[in-house]
Design a protein around this ligand. Structure first.
Ligand SMILES: Cc1cc2nc3c(=O)[nH]c(=O)nc-3n(C[C@H](O)[C@H](O)[C@H](O)COP(=O)(O)OP(=O)(O)OC[C@H]3O[C@@H](n4cnc5c(N)ncnc54)[C@H](O)[C@@H]3O)c2cc1C
Length: 451
């Protein structure tokens, strides 16, 4: 197993459940200091909702070793020798190298964060948030910094979650974003709602802005972020500008990569054309069941499922991963943001004509205390009415409502079929017509009227 986090150690644990140490020897290489940790929890740890870093570790190296997994921490795999079925690994501390043979190989090397290639990008006070070590460095940096101005570069979900973390720490936060609106995984009209809500939270949102330089003071520490036309003073900078699949080793070994740079696998997560090699997590591309195309989506929810499938297959069982519908949920303070399926531009790209509707509803019955507004956008295919995508922005209760749509998408339902879904109702939980059903009714009507 190469990579000791979600995909790699899920695979190792599942394989071990199926085969004991006499039948299957498992060696896992991890170049970092931790195993099975939740990067997803970093924003909440940095923001102070989670106070103990160790709560983000699902299973420690010792726990893995107790299950007869030969875990080699701080050991980086530097080469795959496919012809001789062996990997070369280097001890990060001593530099010592050795070869380890394999019968079955699992690549779970994750993704690497995109770092801007510009002056100042490595200056003290500029932080990524990919690993627990990154989170700790950021917390140490915040503790050292007397100023209270933070700039977050990037307004994807990691950028907005980090904006929240810094607000919670009492920082004045500016988010500098290359796109026209935050959350480019939404259509811009829905991203606009996120933008307005972030400003309502006191976050300064700067869109259509390309960071050109990170400026440092006399002490070498960051002092500002420069865009094409302005400087934004910063005592600390957090980078959240996306990730790419970490496939350096795979590429050097000639394994098949897709157009997004991720490894290509079959349904059993076996690397295409390689019987004895599996790959999963952020280093692979996944099949988007709605568009029928391969995509790179770096999410822990997929990585864990891939690991489970790989572990089952490596352990002699049979499992497959069918693909994804593209569901994701995040939040910035009390604003919940969710999406599943295709955006307008995704649908156009694959040649699907659609009807789009947007509705305003509330999280609870209008008369019930604390009912808050919720916006649901739905895309249904022209003529057939097949559900293509849903985006939801609102307060408490908005985010996980997207799961209704995720199930409907997976089941291939039409907007019309969705209107009759037997969803739970009581005034504290939703209006009598749930906001998702209101959107489905409107989408179904639009499809009918366009026939
Ligand atoms: C701040 C943040 C918030 C997130 N929030 C969410 C969320 O809310 N929901 C969600 O679904 N996902 C979220 N994610 C994404 C999620 O964390 C990842 O999708 C998930 O960790 C991927 O698991 P993985 O095992 O594929 O890769 P990784 O977790 O990246 O693990 C890969 C491991 O491989 C090791 N490695 C790489 N190359 C080598 C090598 N050559 N030799 C040895 N070891 C190597 C790395 O050190 C790393 O530990 C978040 C990520 C971040 C950074």
């Amino acid at each position: 197993m190469i990579g000791g986090d979600a995909a790699g150690m899920s695979a190792a644990s599942q394989a071990r459940r199926l085969k004991g140490p006499d039948e299957l020897e498992i060696v896992a290489f991890e170049r970092g200091n931790f195993t099975s940790y939740s990067a997803c929890g970093i924003p909440y740890w940095v923001g102070g909702d989670v106070t103990d870093r160790d709560r983000l570790i699902a299973r420690t190296p010792e726990e893995h070793r107790a299950r007869d997994i030969d875990l080699r921490l701080r050991t980086e795999v530097t080469e795959l020798d496919l012809a001789r079925q062996r990997v070369r690994a280097r001890d990060v501390d001593s530099g010592a190298e050795s070869w380890t043979p394999y019968d079955k190989l699992v690549i779970a090397t994750g993704a690497r964060p995109i770092r801007p290639d510009m002056p100042g990008a490595d200056a003290p006070g500029v932080h990524g948030v990919q690993t627990l070590d990154d989170g700790q460095e950021l917390l140490d940096s915040l503790a050292r910094t007397r100023g209270r101005r933070a700039v977050v570069v990037g307004a994807g979900y990691i950028g907005v979650e980090m904006a929240e973390a810094l607000i919670n720490r009492g920082y004045q936060v500016t988010v500098v974003n290359r796109g026209s609106e935050p959350m480019s995984t939404l259509d811009p009209d829905m991203g606009r709602l996120v933008h307005e809500a972030m400003e309502g939270l006191g976050i300064t949102m700067v869109n259509d802005a390309e960071v050109t330089k990170i400026l440092t003071g006399d002490d070498g520490r960051v002092r500002a972020v420069a865009t094409q036309d302005r400087e934004y003073p910063a005592d600390v900078v957090v980078l959240g500008i996306g990730v790419r699949p970490e496939t350096t080793l795979a590429q050097a070994a000639g394994l098949p990569l897709g157009t997004h740079g991720g490894l290509l696998t079959d349904r059993s997560m076996r690397v295409r054309g390689h019987e004895e090699i599996w790959a999963g997590g952020d280093c692979v591309e996944v099949l988007d069941l709605v568009s029928g195309q391969e995509r790179h989506i770096a999410l822990g929810t997929h990585a864990n499922k891939h690991g489970q499938v790989i572990g089952t297959n490596v352990g002699g069982g049979y499992a497959t991963f069918p693909g994804v519908v593209g569901t994701a949920v995040s939040k910035v303070c009390d604003l919940e943001i969710a999406r599943t399926g295709l955006r307008e531009k995704d649908a156009r790209r694959v040649g699907l004509r659609f009807e789009a509707v947007t509705i305003e509803s509330t999280s609870r019955a209008g008369y019930y205390p604390n009912a808050s507004p919720m916006t649901v956008k739905m895309l249904a295919e022209h003529r057939t009415g097949r559900l293509l995508g849903v985006q939801i922005v609102g307060r408490e209760g908005a985010g996980k409502r997207v799961d209704i749509a995720a199930v409907a998408l997976t089941a291939g339902m039409t907007a019309e079929q969705m209107t009759t879904l037997d969803l739970g109702y009581a005034p504290p939980f939703s209006p009598v017509w749930d906001p998702v059903l209101v959107a489905a009714r409107k989408a179904a009507a639009k499809v009918r009227s366009s026939l």
